[in-house]
Design a protein around this ligand. Structure first.
Ligand SMILES: [Cu+2]
Length: 336
């Protein structure tokens, strides 16, 4: 005898099926693919909708026909052998032509969207952003605005953005579901996404091509803002951060004489190129590519033991004491 009564087993199986199904219902999540926030995402969702409805309709037709046939033509005692049919021109033609039509309905909009979203011509009035995928963080450069930042990309709503993808180390993939599909970031190759964000908000992104130990921790945030807010953000990025005092001033001194300067740029202090630009680090909400909230405690922990907070992080432990780390954190958080 099974220790599990039949009824309970059915309930368990039903629950086990429901859990992953319900997980798929997070429509409004920060990485939902069905909540478009740009023209690019909207056109992909359009194709997705056509395919979903077409396949749902086909599924429904097949299951209804199957149900009917199973009941209507089931074996009965004493029933005579049904008519045996070999070759039926109408049926043969029908099940060749109908699937061909279905494929056509799917192919035409799909090919149109592929051509539209792959077009290599950059619109002349677009805002250019250079996205560089590094193990395991994102660098964002605005060549026309003379701004460099990391992990949090600010974009103005309603303006065409030309995202140029570059890979300085290995292959990554840029993916911000609300803004549209993934596109690979490949060393030695220029890939491009042209899109226009159509509503303000915060959208989460993630590297979508396995790139090593902390691939899963290579997130990003995209903050789409009204034009005036975006301009204010740009002005802040272009201005020099306030001169630190007290603990933060000690932090600046420690930073300036440590190896930090070899990898990080802080305008007016250092010009390293291997790590994120920290000139306005205090203005970011998250630390280490979307992994941790940007708080003084987290930054101090990061500066002391980066690999403890992010496995494999390409930043070495530099043996700072707690006091030194706290001072450096105070300095960095103050760089608004
Ligand atoms: Cu990756």
């Amino acid at each position: 005898m099974s220790p599990v009564p039949g009824g309970t087993l059915v309930v368990r199986v039903a629950l086990a099926t429901l859990v992953p199904l319900a997980g798929g219902c997070a429509w409004g999540g920060p990485m939902s693919t069905v909540v478009p926030a740009s023209d690019f995402a909207r056109s992909i969702l359009g194709v997705y909708a056509i395919i979903t409805w077409a396949t749902a309709l086909i599924g429904l037709t097949v299951f209804v026909a199957l149900g009917y046939i199973l009941v209507r033509y089931r074996a009965r005692p004493d029933a005579p052998l049904p008519a045996q049919i070999r070759g039926h021109t109408f049926l043969e033609l029908a099940w060749t032509i109908v699937p061909a039509l279905v494929l056509l309905v799917i192919a035409i909009p799909t090919i149109q969207i592929i051509f539209r979203t792959q077009s290599q011509a950059a619109p002349p009035r677009g805002l250019a952003v250079q996205v560089r995928g590094w193990q395991w963080w994102w660098e964002f450069r605005y060549p026309d605005l003379d701004v460099v930042t990391a992990n949090e990309l600010h974009l103005p709503v309603g303006r065409t953005i030309v995202i140029n993808l570059e890979g300085p180390d290995v292959i990554h993939s840029f993916w911000v579901p609300h803004l549209g599909g993934k596109r690979d970031v490949v060393p030695g190759r220029h890939n491009r996404i042209v899109l226009t964000p159509d509503r303000p908000g915060e959208h989460w992104g993630q590297c979508a091509e396995f790139c090593g130990a902390s691939h899963a921790n290579m997130g990003m945030r995209v903050i789409v803002q009204p034009a005036a807010e975006f301009d204010a953000w740009v002005a802040r990025q272009r201005a020099a951060p306030a001169e630190p005092s007290g603990l933060a001033a000690e932090g600046k001194a420690i930073f300036a004489k440590s190896a930090c300067v070899g990898c990080h740029t802080i305008e007016g202090v250092s010009a390293g190129m291997l790590g994120p630009n920290l000139t306005h680090f205090g203005g970011r909400t998250m630390l280490a590519a979307g992994m941790w909230p940007n708080t003084p405690a987290n930054v101090a922990a990061w500066v002391r033991e980066p690999q403890r907070l992010k496995p494999g992080a390409k930043m070495p432990e530099l043996g700072l004491t707690d006091e030194q780390a706290n001072a450096v954190a105070a300095y960095l958080i103050g760089l608004k």
